[in-house]
Design a protein around this ligand. Structure first.
Ligand code: PAD
Ligand code: ZN
Length: 384
């Protein structure tokens, strides 16, 4: 690694360290020295060990998702607790943790209800870029820097709410399980929780990136007998086939709309369709690809802020179901550490999802790999 860590503690207990600041949309991230304030009540300061780059970070950088700038992106992180604020009881300094873009407060209606996971303390639908008390913990060159979904992991240190952090096994390899903060539960949960894919079923997955690949793995694990993968980047096809895709389609090379081709291939359309791109047109195509009587379509892609999904309601009338979820419907603090344990015990394998690893200062190269469709997940390592 080219540069030693800047991290030092000062008397006021503000940490100065390196972070990748997005000053504006559609510009390279800038590695800067930032100040990270100490955690307030109910907050945890974490030393980040590794972080994946997610399609959502890229959507945000491209200005498709409205969130305040300047911002420190990243929400797929694994780290070690450095210090905790007053009242924090569930984690302590030295614990290995994951931090999630969706909290689990364990008090609100949704957290107490057995189904679903969309905690009322979420900061996803109308992101403020701030902590729950309305303030920021980051400054850079005298300016306030916002967070993303209460996380921000493209930094050596971050501050998150206790309700969005969970202790994980000490044996967990941090530079792999970091993708269990987003990509893995999102894809696995879309299949196991939201769609509930059944053995022998047929599936189509639109988008064969990080989320789509995790969906493919879970469809295969659920016993789906046919898994059609759809992507405009054919470089994604060999890896997708290795994960379980049985047929690959490039919509740009088809003479008919992709949903018609899927229908012809399967007779009536698939049992389960997944959208993991984030475009309105592919969401509608996914919906129309599933069989009209009992097909289930799950949208995991996040469309640009303010867009409208429109289709003839007669598409649904015969019985199709249209669903969605965040982080695959997993209650983040309760369920995701168990997935980490399953990985450590070799009950599940997530290794094929990580195709590239880079040192943190090369973060712009990581974004380029994602934008050019060269990687599935690229993990940044913060270790000096
Ligand atoms: P990614 O960039 O790794 O994958 C996107 C894939 O879509 C790539 O392989 C592209 O080639 C492909 N693609 C792009 N346009 C088209 C098109 N017109 N037709 C077919 N294929 C196309 O991103 P990702 O997998 O990290 O994220 C995918 C989406 O999932 C994105 O919208 C992200 O915001 C969303 C997401 N949702 C959640 C959730 O909880 N619901 C969590 C994380 C990410
Ligand atoms: Zn994500």
């Amino acid at each position: 690694m080219e540069q030693a860590s800047l991290a030092t503690k000062t008397s006021s207990n503000v940490i100065r360290c390196r972070a990748a600041v997005a000053w504006t949309t559609n510009a390279p991230l800038s590695i800067e020295e930032v100040e990270v304030d100490p955690p307030k009540a109910g907050e945890v300061r974490v030393k980040i060990i590794a972080s994946g780059i997610c399609g959502t970070d890229n959507h945000t950088l491209e200005g498709k998702m409205k969130t305040p700038f300047p911002v420190i992106l990243g929400h797929e992180g694994a780290g070690v607790v450095e210090s905790v604020g007053p009242g924090v009881t569930t984690v302590k300094p030295g614990d290995k943790v994951l931090m999630f873009p969706l909290p689990e407060c364990r008090e609100c209606f949704y957290c107490l209800y057995p189904k679903g996971n969309f905690c009322e303390k979420e900061n996803i639908l109308s992101p403020t870029g701030l902590m729950l008390d309305g303030t920021s913990r980051f400054t850079c060159r005298g300016k306030k820097i916002y967070n993303i979904m209460g996380t921000s992991t493209f930094t050596e240190y971050t501050v998150v709410h206790e309700i969005a952090v969970a202790k994980i096994e000490a044996a967990a390899p941090m530079d792999t399980v970091c993708i269990m903060s987003c990509a893995v539960p999102t894809g696995f949960g879309a299949v196991f929780n939201t769609a509930q894919v059944t053995p022998g079923s047929s599936c189509v997955v639109f988008g064969l990136g990080g989320i789509g690949s995790a969906i493919v793995m879970a469809c295969k694990a659920s016993g789906a007998c046919r898994i059609i993968g759809v992507d405009i980047n054919e470089e994604k096809f060999p890896r997708a086939r290795a994960l379980g895709v049985t047929d690959c389609l490039n919509p740009n090379k088809l003479k008919k709309p992709v949903q018609e081709v899927v229908k012809e291939m399967t007779g009536v359309g698939v049992d389960f369709a997944f959208e993991a791109i984030g475009l309105i047109e592919t969401m509608v195509a996914a919906l129309k690809s599933c069989n009209r009587s009992y097909g289930v379509c799950v949208i995991m892609g996040v469309a640009p802020t303010g867009s409208q999904l429109s289709f003839d309601p007669l598409v649904l009338l015969p019985g199709r179901t249209l669903k969605s979820s965040v982080l695959g419907g997993y209650k983040t603090r309760d369920d995701i550490p168990k997935l980490v344990t399953d990985y450590v015990q070799k009950k599940i394998n997530i290794d094929p999802l990580i195709t590239h690893r880079l040192p943190f200062p090369k973060i712009n190269e990581g974004f380029r790999l994602l934008q050019e469709g060269k990687c599935i997940r690229c993990v940044l390592s913060m270790r000096p």
